[in-house]
Design a protein around this ligand. Structure first.
Ligand code: UT7
Length: 321
């Protein structure tokens, strides 16, 4: 018997305010047509000014705990993947821990931008397999609207806010279930292609997003193809055995390219990009939550998930739900 990390529950939260492409066309030189055609995005959710990343993370965590039928008292670690922490410190995970009324366990943040959730999930899986934690709340939460340059039409049309969460629990089993494998990569040489213009140790403020879109697109297509191949190869699995692809939601054209590479029809791909936009670390758990809650993803299904973001960072995970 080995220890496996099982997804016990999923949760999500999206802020109330919806910003449409038509709204954006009044702010910058763009159009609904261009945004839809080049990205697949129609609208996105934007947090209220006083709504913090941790506030959204807490709501997603509560939803995941409810779905897992588990009290916060049973959680022994909280990991928040975020690029937009409430404060420089303490970690947003500490705010979440306090918000959940937890006075036990440990909490920390993971920073891998859009790949953050895959990084956090892999970290949680490693803690569980090493016997250091039994029930881990893994959260991806972002207030990307706070670091968007609202005058830059190349980025302000893409990024959005929200939070997604899973409860990951240890189970001793002989079965091939839970997280079957996870694969992380980064290449710091590409750090300037997608970054912010500031930070605590340089400008003293958070800065705004800078992205060389076309270059990032090219790398995303290539790295994600490699990441899904790696997940399949290391498990000896053929693409047609995958029930669901749950990709990072950056651009429908990138998602279609990965699906095509896998020979998967788009009805096996969970897409939320049309109404969520790119919520960075929140995008994968939000997509997972949507497809679990509407009944598409069922217990026993084989899920392939992937993401790519600033750093560059990228990765994949194969999960028997
Ligand atoms: O989540 C982290 C990873 N991030 C990503 O994966 C994002 C990757 N990049 C992308 O999704 C795409 O590169 C974008 C959606 C950002 C841009 O799409 P593109 O097809 O690569 O467009 P482009 O940057 O090559 O620009 C084409 C044209 C340019 O005009 P010219 O130079 O051809 O005259 C841009 O100035 O489109 C123009 N353009 C726009 N036009 C209307 C750029 N943004 C806009 C806009 N509305 N919002």
């Amino acid at each position: 018997m080995t220890i496996k990390s099982i997804i016990k529950g999923c949760g999500g939260y999206l802020p109330e305010k919806v910003l449409s492409n038509h709204d954006l066309a009044k702010m910058v030189d763009t159009s609904d047509e261009w945004i839809k055609q080049r990205t697949g995005i129609e609208s996105r959710h934007i947090a209220a000014e006083d709504e913090t990343t941790s506030a959204m993370a807490i709501k997603a965590a509560e939803d995941a705990l409810l779905h897992a039928d588990m009290p916060a008292a049973d959680i022994d670690a909280v990991i928040v993947a975020t690029t937009t922490p409430d404060l420089t410190f303490p970690a947003t995970a500490a705010h979440v821990q306090a918000g959940l009324g937890m006075a036990h366990g440990f909490a920390f943040d993971v920073q891998a931008v859009c790949s953050g959730f895959i990084y956090a999930l892999t970290t949680a899986d490693s803690l569980i397999q090493a016997g250091r934690a039994k029930n881990v709340l893994v959260i991806g939460a972002e207030k990307m609207s706070s670091i968007v340059d609202w005058n830059d039409r190349g980025t302000c049309i893409l990024f959005a806010d929200g939070a997604g969460a899973v409860v990951l629990s240890a189970e001793e089993t002989d079965e091939q279930k839970g997280i079957l494998s996870a694969h992380l990569h980064s290449d710091g040489r590409q750090k300037d292609l997608l970054c912010t213009s500031g930070g605590p140790g340089t400008t003293g403020d958070a800065g705004v997003i800078h992205m060389e879109g076309r270059e990032v697109f090219k790398h995303a297509v290539q790295h994600l193809a490699e990441a899904v191949d790696e997940a399949l190869e290391s498990n000896g699995i053929a693409p047609d055995e995958i029930d669901w692809l749950v990709p990072h939601q950056a651009n429908i054209r990138i998602i279609e390219s990965t699906a095509k590479k896998l020979g998967m029809s788009m009805d096996k791909v969970v897409t939320t990009v049309a109404t969520h936009g790119n919520t960075s670390a929140a995008s994968v758990p939000l997509a997972l939550n949507a497809a679990v809650k509407d009944g598409r993803i069922k217990r026993g299904d084989l899920i392939l998930t992937e993401a790519m973001g600033g750093g560059f960072t990228w990765g994949s995970a194969l999960i028997r739900y």
